[in-house]
Design a protein around this ligand. Structure first.
Ligand code: HEC
Length: 279
């Protein structure tokens, strides 16, 4: 800058990070409107903002490494019982659409009106709330509205998760018809499992053998011998069309051997739950 230090027209950027710091600071001398309440944008203000950003980023990265993103099964277009669920941070909006007063013809209440009022108020807050007070206790309306919103979001998120897991439990029980409920897949790291995942079978029997449009194959080794399973694959069975031609002969052999190993007592004793890793 060509201007001198005393130039009254010189622009100063002033930051307010709302963090009290008692150490002596170098205040811009000519910012007389707020004596003693300002600090230099560079480096004082920027440095502090930057340090906060680093702490948040590093903490976030640590969380990402500690917790791998949970993935569900491969998408299965034939599974009509699958209930898609939004990510957790949208669950409260999702739950909002489930009530009588916000569903059916009233859906716009849950999609436009309520979120519109909430986010609109947040957007307009600087104009709606002109008070000079900064302490939360001295701003009952703003503080109350915010607390109410937080409670509502927490409750709705919890309600959505709770409802979903209850549905899933009920469905898991119905789909597997009582038996086979706690039979686990055997040999999930074997070649047979791999071949199964890439075969036509998954479309009807599901990738975790739990069955979809076709019956579950969990524990199928208790029911059929290798020869019988091979026969079912080659010749079909009832509503199941023959699948033999779609498989490489060597792969078919491995697949059949693996399916014959699917026995109830062969599982690693995984009791309880419903066989489909919740969460
Ligand atoms: C188009 C859908 C479909 C495909 C693809 C399919 N199946 Fe099936 N499968 C069925 C149906 C439906 C049944 C039940 C038939 C019946 O009981 O009438 C069945 C039954 C079976 C059974 C007997 C289960 C029991 O408990 O009686 C076995 C074993 C089986 N399938 C294995 C396979 C294998 C292995 C593949 C892949 C190579 C496969 N299926 C591909 C639909 C399919």
């Amino acid at each position: 800058m060509a201007h001198s230090h005393e130039d009254p027209e010189k622009i100063r950027y002033v930051g307010d990070s709302r963090v009290r710091a008692d150490r002596p600071k170098r205040y811009p001398k000519d910012y007389s409107e707020f004596p003693g309440k300002t600090e230099l944008f560079f480096p004082d203000f920027l440095l502090r903002e930057w340090m906060v950003a680093v702490v948040v980023l590093v903490g976030f990265m640590a969380l990402v490494f500690a917790h791998e993103a949970p993935l569900e099964d491969i998408a299965d277009p034939t599974n009509t019982s699958y209930v898609p669920l939004p990510d957790w941070y949208f669950l409260f909006l999702y739950q909002l659409l489930k009530y009588d007063w916000s569903s059916g013809p009233l859906t716009p209440i849950g999609t436009v009106v309520i979120p519109g009022i909430a986010f609109g108020a947040l957007f307009l807050a600087p104009w709606l709330d002109r008070g000079k007070e900064r302490r939360p206790s001295k701003r009952p309306v703003a503080t109350g509205a915010m607390l109410l919103a937080i409670v509502a979001i927490v409750y709705l998120t919890w309600a959505a998760v709770d409802e979903h897991s209850k549905n899933e439990l009920a469905q898991g029980g119905a789909q597997q018809g009582g038996d086979g409920g706690d039979i686990a897949i055997v040999g999930e790291d074997s070649e047979g499992y791999e071949i199964y995942q890439n075969s036509s079978c998954v479309g009807c029997h599901a990738s975790d053998l739990s069955g979809a449009t076709a019956p579950a194959l969990l524990g199928v080794g208790d029911k059929y011998s290798e020869e019988e399973i091979l026969d079912i694959i080659d010749n079909g069975m009832g509503a199941m069309p023959p699948q033999g031609d779609a498989l490489d002969p060597a792969d078919k052999e491995t697949l059949v051997a693996w399916l014959a190993q699917q026995k109830a007592e062969g599982g690693e004793g995984e009791e309880g739950e419903n066989g489909e890793g919740t969460e």
